[in-house]
Design a protein around this ligand. Structure first.
Ligand code: URP
Ligand code: ZN
Ligand code: ZN
Length: 458
């Protein structure tokens, strides 16, 4: 008897974390149920992917939809941000809770889940701990048991009331690790950042470039050093978000060489943009934290990707409109920090990574799919194409050429930090659990809702 499928994707070059092979993909009940060079069967729908690359749906492990920053909110909510994600080949986002003053972690999770329900792609949450960390220690085991196993703290942003001290960091890390969770850290040495910021402001140096001169690579490396020391002493695992500099990278790699189980994430902005953006006419729009660095830093990060030393590339998607950015023009310390990225993640990494010969296709799949899925407990349901996995697929035409243009993007930011950058290919389909979200230039997933992902402890 012939197999019956809901969807067949035929004749495509299927790329996994290991290799690439011309395979047909059979999908039934939202899962991949057959993979073979030539699938025979009936299907409700067939997509011919001849000449195209078929990837697992990508995971953006670091997004901030609609979060409060500097008296405003990042401009994408889960609805608009998830449409942008789908057009960016991303089928799962991992966003963050926002802990209000005095709020329990459980309440912060509940509030955020409620907002995330609007998402058209699947989603999970990292649990931010920004208020009274010591008071929250006892809540951590129940949050992990409930399926929220990754937490995030900041070693900076004191004035915004979000910073954790190193003593508090030690206690949170110990508790999260002891109960099978993973702690993520935004690593910048706050004392150094505050000292440099105060110096520049006192001297009237408020232009965008002084954002980079205040939040230096040294500040990043210093915080990673301290965090890795503590993780080493505790024997705890640690995930460093958005590593931006060669100094930060080398500090993380040195800690790993000493036996610390440290995961490293970087973002596309630290690979393809430099601090020269801050010298542009509207340079303040590129303000993000940590800041953009030098070409040498970009090259060091690319090399680390090629050498499999970085685990994950995610975006830190935190967009603001031109109006939001321009409201504080000329005052770097008042500009809402963050950049749009979720729609550009895969096109940039494919173009400037794979097409430029810096990383291979399987490496790309590891960085944007397999490793984030593994580290955050979603593998092998997510992050790969194999029998039993969710049928999250991306079909990419490697023969097309495009350039990034804000007017064609789908988030609410009305500009792109990557405007005009050539892209070596074009998205044809994004498929979430067997349902087509994007077909060509059209979003056809209005009726599709993302599913919340909870995971078992490590
Ligand atoms: O500037 C950024 N990246 N804003 C989002 C919050 C953070 O620090 O990740
Ligand atoms: Zn951060
Ligand atoms: Zn972030």
């Amino acid at each position: 008897m012939k197999d019956k499928f809901d969807l067949l994707v035929v004749n495509g070059e299927v790329i996994t974390e290991r290799d690439s092979e011309k395979l047909d993909v059979g999908i039934r009940d939202a899962r991949v149920v057959a993979l073979s060079p030539s699938l025979k069967g009936n299907s409700d729908r067939v997509i011919d992917a001849a000449g195209k690359l078929v990837f697992p749906g990508f995971i953006d492990a670091h997004t901030h939809m609609g979060i409060p920053i500097m008296n405003t909110y990042s401009s994408d909510d889960f609805e608009s941000g998830s449409v942008a994600a789908a057009f960016g080949s991303v089928t799962t986002i991992i966003d963050f809770t926002v802990q209000e003053k005095g709020q329990t972690l459980a309440d912060s999770v509940a509030v955020r889940i409620d907002k995330a329900r609007k998402s058209h792609v699947d989603y999970a949450l990292h649990v931010n701990i920004t208020d009274q960390p010591e008071k929250r220690l006892d809540e951590i085991p129940a949050i992990i048991a409930d399926g929220f196993t990754s937490f995030k703290v900041f070693s900076t942003y004191r004035q915004a009331g979000m910073m954790i001290t190193w003593d508090e960091f030690r206690k949170v890390l110990q508790q999260v690790n002891a109960h099978g969770g993973l702690l993520c850290l935004h690593a910048e040495d706050n004392d150094l950042v505050e000292t440099l910021t105060a110096e520049h402001l006192a001297a009237g140096r408020k232009a965008a470039i002084f954002h980079a001169r205040s939040r230096t690579a040294e500040a990043e490396a210093k915080a990673i050093t301290r965090a890795a020391e503590i993780a080493g002493e505790l024997g705890a695992s640690l995930y460093i978000v958005h590593v931006s500099s060669q100094a930060g990278l080398e500090t993380g790699l040195n800690a790993r060489a000493r036996g610390v189980n440290i995961y490293l994430e970087t973002c596309p902005q630290y690979l393809v943009l430099t601090e020269e953006c801050y010298r542009r006419e509207n340079g303040h729009r590129w303000i993000t934290t940590p800041p953009l660095r030098t070409q040498q830093d970009c090259e060091a990060l690319w090399q680390a990707l090629a050498d499999d030393q970085i685990d994950v590339v995610a975006t830190d998607h935190c967009p603001f409109t031109i109006q939001q950015k321009d409201a504080s023009r000329g005052a770097f310390h008042l500009t809402p920090n963050g950049l749009p990225g979720v729609e550009a993640l895969f096109p940039l990494l494919y173009t400037y990574g794979v097409a430029h010969g810096r990383v291979t296709l399987p490496q790309l799949v590891r960085l944007l799919a397999k490793r984030p899925a593994e580290i955050f407990g979603l593998y092998p349901q997510k992050g790969t194409i194999q029998i039993g996995a969710d049928a999250d697929l991306v079909i990419w035409d490697p023969n097309a050429e495009e350039a990034i243009a804000a007017k064609h993007l789908h988030g609410k930011a009305d500009w792109s930090p990557y405007e005009g950058m050539p892209i070596a290919g074009k998205l044809e389909y994004t498929i979430l659990r067997g349902q087509v979200l994007v077909q060509g230039d059209e979003f056809v997933g209005q009726e599709v809702r993302g599913v919340e992902r909870r995971v078992a402890k490590r």
